[in-house]
Design a protein. Structure first.
Ligand code: C2O
Ligand code: CU
Length: 466
């Protein structure tokens, strides 16, 4: 499961990375892992939960004893977690307290197009707007983030992202839950010597610290039992690949779109930007005091390699743990035939224009790239035409697709389940099967989720028509 191809770096970025000041040194594994706060509804009625958030600048402690100026939701980085229930609608009222426009996109959400946070459908500074999320899809680990056109890379980098979990009480009730169900949002960052963000869209190579839930190399004390971890790579442009330092298995139970039909045991898990996996890790066989590290095998500095330490608490006794991972996790809706369209999606960097392109074109919000019939099934054949190190991915709004094959070979089992973002390494062709089975029609984007690329126009859009 290792990832082929590392984070994109333009040749010029390599030069930039040679001239950096150094941030205050990170003391590994001293800061406790924070869990992002769960947002409470301001109001609930029989049908809906109502939330409010303000996008605003705030000072946040990233490195101990320092304050970093970030852009946040409600002053929190990562943003607060919204916990929604499958089948129960949520409304989120956003106040834009930034100096810039913003649009909030629920990544992976099956939502009406007017609630999708389209890149040009923005909130002006001082404006409020309510997004309606119907939560009609399967339970899943989703996330929300800024999506304002050309600004998303910088605004996500500065902190505008948080988790949105759709939960379903009937789905596999034996999985670890409550305090044993922990989200892990990973992303990289570069800080100057006063712990302020260094920002340049093209300098991904110098983002030399990976944060987990907003802290550098934190530590989590775990009990001798099973945990569910929801991993999200929220980096702009960094590919990661995770393994436990003792080589132990992580049992993957969910992909972007929710629980898989059956669990898959893995020892290394690659995640491109915006991809999620839920895993169950069993610490019960490890004696109290054991320390192990969640490592990113494609990291390039100590603070991007050793991202999180687990320390097993307690003495000789195992915890009473009645959780388990059932052999059958979920029943997936059928998808597939007949396929009405096959389309090609070519991802490339144009060295002459210095532009990222889809099918040879830069994003034009006034152009409809694909017209799609509601209810139909399509195959999209996505090719990364660029040489190494230009990795790309494809994220399609509104739907969850299935990955069919890579370079003509059927994908590994963990990739064959519902996903909304797929990796497309240099030189590869990946085919995905999409059933447009949402009740919603209208215009939605699809784009590379290296947001350094999408913000430079590696984006296109489809229009779903009745
Ligand atoms: Cu995660 Cu179009 O976005
Ligand atoms: Cu890309």
């Amino acid at each position: 499961g290792a990832v082929a191809g590392v984070a994109l770096a333009l040749p010029a970025e390599r030069l930039v990375s040679a001239v950096v000041g150094s941030p205050p040194a990170v003391q590994p594994f001293t800061t406790p892992l924070p869990i992002p706060p769960v947002l409470s509804p301001v109001y609930s009625d029989r049908g809906t939960d109502y939330y409010e958030m303000t996008a605003k600048p705030a000072n946040v402690e990233i490195l101990p004893g320092t304050r970093t100026n970030m852009l946040t939701f409600n002053g929190s980085f990562p943003g607060p977690t919204i916990k929604a229930r499958q089948g129960r609608p949520v409304q989120v009222k956003i106040l834009n307290g930034l100096d810039n426009v913003t649009a909030v996109h629920l990544h992976g959400g099956n939502v009406p197009h007017e609630d999708d946070g389209h890149p040009l459908d923005v909130l002006q500074p001082g404006q409020t707007r309510t997004y309606h999320y119907p939560n009609i899809q399967r339970a899943a680990t989703l996330w929300y983030h800024d999506h304002a056109h050309h600004l998303e890379a910088e605004q996500i980098y500065r902190g505008l992202a948080g988790l949105y979990l759709i939960e379903d009480r009937t789905d596999s009730p034996t999985l670890p839950r409550g305090q044993f169900d922990i989200p892990l949002m990973f992303r990289d960052i570069a800080l100057d010597d006063s712990a302020q963000l260094l920002w340049n869209n093209n300098d991904s190579a110098r983002r030399n610290i990976v944060l987990t839930n907003g802290k550098a190399q934190p530590k989590l004390r775990v009990r001798r039992r099973r945990y569910r971890f929801r991993l999200l790579n929220a980096s702009n442009d960094r590919v990661m690949s995770f393994r436990l330092s003792n080589g132990a298995e992580m049992v993957q139970i969910a992909s972007d779109g929710g629980l898989m039909a059956r669990p898959v045991r893995r020892t290394e898990i690659g995640l491109y930007p915006a991809e999620r996996v839920d895993v169950v890790v069993d610490f019960s066989a490890l004696p109290g005091g054991t320390q192990l590290v969640l490592q990113n095998t494609v990291g390039d500095t100590p603070a991007t390699k050793d991202v999180l330490q687990f320390e097993v608490a307690g003495g000789a006794r195992r915890d009473d743990d009645d959780s388990s991972v059932p052999a059958k996790l979920s029943v997936l809706p059928p998808i597939g035939a007949p396929v009405m369209q096959t389309r090609k999606v070519l991802l490339s960097f144009d060295f002459k224009q210095g532009a990222f392109l889809i099918n040879g074109k830069q994003y034009d919000p006034n152009r409809v790239d694909f017209t799609v019939k509601k209810g139909s099934t399509e195959i999209w054949e996505i090719t990364n035409a660029d040489p190494d190190p230009f990795a790309h991915s494809l994220h399609v709004h509104q739907i969850q697709f299935r990955v069919l094959d890579r370079g003509g070979k059927a994908v590994e089992p963990w990739e064959a389940y519902p996903k909304d973002t797929v990796s497309v390494p240099s030189g590869q062709t990946v085919r995905i099967l999409i059933k447009f089975d949402s009740p919603f029609t209208g215009l939605y984007p699809f784009h590379c989720h290296f947001v350094g690329h999408s913000s430079m126009a590696m984006m296109a859009q489809f229009n779903i028509v009745p």
